[in-house]
Design a protein around this ligand. Structure first.
Ligand SMILES: *[C@@H]1O[C@H](CO)[C@@H](O)[C@H](O)[C@H]1NC(C)=O
Ligand SMILES: *[C@@H]1O[C@H](CO)[C@@H](O)[C@H](O)[C@H]1NC(C)=O
Ligand SMILES: *[C@@H]1O[C@H](CO)[C@@H](O)[C@H](O)[C@H]1NC(C)=O
Ligand SMILES: *[C@@H]1O[C@H](CO)[C@@H](O)[C@H](O)[C@H]1NC(C)=O
Ligand SMILES: *[C@@H]1O[C@H](CO)[C@@H](O)[C@H](O)[C@H]1NC(C)=O
Ligand SMILES: *[C@@H]1O[C@H](CO)[C@@H](O)[C@H](O)[C@H]1NC(C)=O
Length: 933
């Protein structure tokens, strides 16, 4: 409440007329030339100064509190006749919810509130909201501020029990104590505030105040009641409703489920009813029948089904209706189309089916329509049906995540007020209409995940307000020219992966935008490295995977590297060596032709993928010569390069490392015992190197190991000691093609999470331990997928495909003991492994009959003969045996599994022929994975 000094001699006095209307307090501030004889009362001024002395004011908001005339001070209001201070408004001037969080935090007042305020005997307005009186109770002397009509302490940080002292403020009309950590055991004090019209107690825990409804019912003037996030789950019944002038009732974010809300039906004046985010499933038909004023009805995030809601679609007064996140099935009622006053309609995340009724086109006042996340199908005809309306008012249209097909109607272009349009994840086909260029207000446009074809219309270049565009995963093709971007000066995010697009711009093009997030995977950008990136100073997320770039990366790009959070240049033909990398965050430079020694990296890199290149030389400088002697690496993939020499000994500084891929290099020597200092390690892959010697005992320190692949080396020794103490979480153990020997240790049977065990092509002898029946992951067919899914998540986020992650499951269980020197009978116990998918015992000297129960195992694998104890006709004698029926893969593996499996377990878990077929099958899936689909 700033005041203005006119001249030195005369002054202005604030006049505040507050009218308490139904929904808000409307304060009109006017300035009038005051009586120069009326000066701030000295006692009141001194009281304010004393008050100020107790206050901590980090941003000096009370700097105007100097001089004689206290009525001019910031936040003070005086009576225009008597000069008595009657208002104190110290509300934080910044709104934390409105992009001003920093300023808000810095502007919070704190400290001790002096009881000198009692000197302000005429105070009727006190607002201390959004401050930081953290730790203090609501001062008890507030109970003596008898003239208060308005008291707002919301989010002021006060703590303590029930504020009983407020019971004495019988003149209160407005009380805001929302967002305070109060242990309210009783609400008795509230019942004395009989003049109360507004009450906001949101976020105050009322779970102990079982009589809350009775107490509210003793406040006959109550007009607005906000009890959101109050931990309410029930109410005690009231015989008669006497707060019938209620216009706003907010009971959202509580735990109501079976309450019938019968008392609501007397609230005939109700304008706004918010019951969202509860678990309500009872019918509200009777309840809302008499609400002839109802304009805003919020019922999202409950358990409503179609039947309990039918009558709602008849409330012709409705302007806002939100039924999102319920369980409503069936067709969209076309009756909604006659709710002609509707402005906001949100029916997202339900089970609505069928077409969008044409009658929706009659909703001329509609500004906000969200039908996303349903099963709607058919066309978008209703968009063209709005000819009845003189103006199209639609500002937000979200039809994403449905099954809409057909083409985008040309009439789309009529909705010139649209600023948000999302049609993503449907089955829309055809071309993007040229009329899209008429959507001059458009700021966010999402068309991804459809089957759109044709070229991108040049009219895109008109969308000068566009900030975010996602057209990824369509079949768009052709050239994209500079003109497509000509007026897109506000573009911050462009996601356009997975189309068939070619960028055709001049070599000195300077884009009109400063982009932050750029994803052009699978575009044809090359062969030269895109020079225009040099102008992009805000770029933080860059995905140019598989973009046909065949070039040496220019040095200016490496210098802008430090601005990136995410850099993905996977699957290009980039070449040359990489200088020391200044980028932090996530870096994927895999599957290129980079050569030379491994680059040194900054300590802020968390994910580094340099796999599938031609880096050569020793690992030691990279691993051991750390800047700052520390690293935040969690995932490191250097597989498939030409790295040679021994594994370095300095893994001590890699305490964050979760995943280490060093497979398919030319590493020699022993596995160093310092590898055991990777105490967080969950995945270790050293396959296909020339490592020799025994496993270091220190690996036992890696208590979180879940996936270990050491296959195709020359490792030797027994397993017993190592296995005895190693990670109980082991899920995947692949040791094939080594020189391990000894008996198959019974310790193995303790790994009840083990899903994949491949000990084939070693020198194990003895019999198969009978305890294999204890491998419960293989028995129950219940897989703990958390970690594997966790990796997959990281991978997919890295690849920009995070929403695919939910689909991921690692489902395979297998046991391969083939090509060893095992003897004896096949133990009966093996047949209890009902969950096992693959079993290979061939090339051993096992004998006896195949246990009778074996057909009870849930093989999908067709070829039973491969279970046989000796090599057989089906086994072609090749390295990998013939025990897998490839058809199984083509037919049975759910897609989601394939995606997850390929990215995580696939590359390390299985034998060659197997992998070959698998990868062939997955070849196009690979794109889906790596590319930010
Ligand atoms: C003083 O304020 C009261 C209301 O607070 C208003 O009714 C009255 O008109 C004002 N007087 C002058 C002189 O502005
Ligand atoms: C009370 O304070 C809170 C927080 O500043 C604010 O959101 C709310 O609108 C205030 N109430 C009134 C009626 O001014
Ligand atoms: C409230 O009012 C009662 C009776 O007038 C009085 O005895 C009591 O001290 C007051 N309490 C406070 C906190 O104002
Ligand atoms: C409101 O109704 C209740 C009965 O439900 C009654 O006990 C109470 O006195 C009433 N309060 C007022 C202020 O009318
Ligand atoms: C909705 O209103 C129509 C006409 O006013 C009426 O025929 C129909 O029964 C009503 N539906 C419900 C469920 O109340
Ligand atoms: C870009 O904007 C300018 C000025 O508003 C306009 O003259 C020009 O036609 C626009 N170009 C495109 C391609 O929309």
């Amino acid at each position: 409440m700033a005041t203005v000094m006119d001249t030195k001699t005369s002054f202005l006095v604030i006049l505040v007329h507050c009218s308490l209307s139904f929904a808000t307090i409307i304060c009109v501030f006017t300035y009038a030339r005051g009586n120069p004889n009326v000066l701030c009362r000295e006692r009141e001024r001194e009281a304010l100064i004393t008050f100020k002395q107790g206050i901590i004011d980090p941003s000096n908001l009370l700097s105007s509190w100097i001089g004689e005339e206290c009525c001019m001070w910031e936040g003070i209001g005086c009576d225009n006749i008597t000069g008595h201070v009657n208002q104190l408004n110290l509300r934080n001037p910044y709104d934390p919810n409105n992009n001003a969080y920093e300023s808000y935090v810095q502007s919070r007042l704190g400290g001790l509130i002096s009881d000198s305020l009692l000197e302000l005997k005429h105070l009727h307005y006190l607002d201390l909201s959004w401050n930081n009186f953290g730790g203090y109770h609501i001062p008890s002397f507030f109970g003596y501020l008898r003239n208060l009509r308005y008291l707002n302490l919301s989010y002021a940080g006060f703590v303590g029990g029930s504020p009983h002292q407020l019971a004495n403020l019988s003149n209160l009309h407005y009380l805001g104590i929302g967002g305070l950590s109060l242990q309210v055991d009783s609400l008795e004090w509230l019942s004395h505030l009989s003049m109360l019209e507004f009450l906001d107690m949101s976020m105050v825990n009322l779970s102990e105040a079982s009589n809350w409804l009775q107490v509210m019912n003793m406040l006959p003037s109550l007009s607005e009641l906000r009890l959101s996030y109050c931990n309410l789950d029930k109410y005690d019944p009231i015989p008669r409703v006497n707060f019938s002038s209620l216009t706003v009732l907010d009971l959202s974010n509580n735990w109501f489920s079976n309450s019938t809300f019968d008392w609501l039906h007397s609230l005939a004046s109700l304008v706004t009813l918010d019951l969202s985010r509860n678990h309500i499933q009872v019918s509200l038909t009777d309840v809302v029948q008499n609400m002839s004023c109802l304009r805003n009805l919020y019922l999202s995030h409950n358990n409503f089904s179609s039947t309990v809601l039918n009558s709602l679609y008849n409330i012709s007064t409705l302007e806002r209706l939100d039924l999102a996140y319920n369980n409503i099935q069936g067709v969209l009622p076309s009756a909604i189309g006659s709710l002609s006053r509707l402005m906001h309609l949100v029916l997202s995340n339900n089970g609505f089916q069928g077409k969008i009724p044409r009658s929706f086109g009659n909703l001329c006042n509609l500004q906000h329509l969200d039908l996303s996340g349903n099963k709607l199908e058919g066309d978008l005809e209703f968009l063209g049906n709005s000819s009845a309306c003189t103006t199209n008012n639609l500002e937000l249209l979200d039809l994403s995540l449905n099954r809409l097909s057909d083409t985008l109607p040309d009439q789309l272009g009529k909705h010139t007020k649209l600023f948000f349009l999302s049609l993503k994840m449907n089955m829309l086909s055809g071309r993007i209409p040229v009329s899209i260029g008429n959507l001059s207000s458009l700021r966010r446009l999402f068309l991804s995940g459809n089957q759109l074809t044709g070229t991108i219309p040049i009219s895109f270049g008109h969308l000068s307000n566009l900030e975010e565009l996602d057209i990824s995963n369509n079949f768009l093709k052709g050239f994209v020219y500079e003109v497509h971007f000509s007026n897109l000066t506000n573009l911050r995010t462009l996601v356009a992966n997975s189309n068939l697009l070619t960028l055709q711009v001049s070599s000195n093009w300077v884009p009109p935008f400063q982009i932050n997030h750029l994803a052009m995977g699978l575009w044809r950008l090359g062969p030269r490295f895109p020079a225009w990136l040099q102008s992009q100073k805000d770029l933080q997320f860059l995905y140019l995977w598989s973009a046909s770039i065949s070039d040496v990366i220019p040095s200016w790009f490496w210098s802008m590297c430090s601005q990136f959070i995410m850099l993905n240049l996977d699957q290009n033909q980039l070449r040359g060596s990489i200088p020391s990398l200044s980028c932090g965050g996530l870096i994927n430079l895999g599957s290129n032709n980079f050569s030379g020694p491994l680059p040194s990296i900054s300590s802020s890199v968390t994910y580094l993928d340099l796999s599938n290149n031609s880096f050569h030389g020793s690992l030691s400088p990279f691993v051991c010569d750390l800047k700052d002697r520390k690293t935040n690496l969690t995932i490191l993939d250097l597989s498939n390069n030409l790295l040679s020499g021994e594994l370095p000994h300095c893994w001590m500084n890699y305490s964050e490392l979760l995943v280490l891929f060093l497979g398919s290099n030319k590493l020699t020597g022993n596995i160093p015992s310092s590898l055991g200092s990777l105490s967080a390690l969950q995945l270790l892959s050293l396959n296909k190197n020339n490592l020799s010697g025994e496993l270091p005992l220190s690996l036992q320190n890696c208590k979180d190991l879940e996936i270990v692949d050491l296959s195709e080396n020359h490792l030797s020794g027994g397993l017993s000691i190592w296995l005895g103490n190693s990670s109980a979480r082991l899920k995947v153990l692949v040791l094939r093609l080594n020189k391990f020997h000894g008996i198959i240790p019974w310790e193995l049977c303790h790994f009840n999470s083990l899903q994949i065990m491949d000990l084939s092509h070693n020198k194990f002898f003895g019999s198969i331990p009978r305890c294999v029946g204890n491998l419960s992951a293989m028995v129950r067919q219940v897989y703990d997928t958390s970690t594997i899914a966790g990796y997959a998540k990281v991978f997919l986020i890295m690849k920009g495909a995070e929403y695919e992650y939910n689909k991921l499951l690692a489902l395979v269980t297998s046991m391969d003991l083939s090509s060893n020197n095992l003897i004896g009978e096949i133990p009966e116990e093996l047949t209890s492994l009902y969950g096992i998918r693959f079993l290979n015992l061939s090339y051993n000297q096992l004998h006896g009959k195949i246990p009778e129960n074996i057909s009870g195992m849930t093989f999908c694998v067709g070829d039973d003969s491969s279970l046989g104890p000796t090599p057989n006709a089906d086994d072609d004698g090749s390295e990998d045996g013939g025990w897998i029926d490839m058809k199984w893969f083509y037919i049975s593996i759910p897609l989601g599994f394939v995606v997850g499996f390929w990215g995580v377990v696939g590359p390390l878990a299985f034998s060659m022929a197997w992998r070959y077929a698998f990868f062939k099958f997955l070849d196009d899936m690979k794109y889906k994975l790596f590319n930010g689909v």
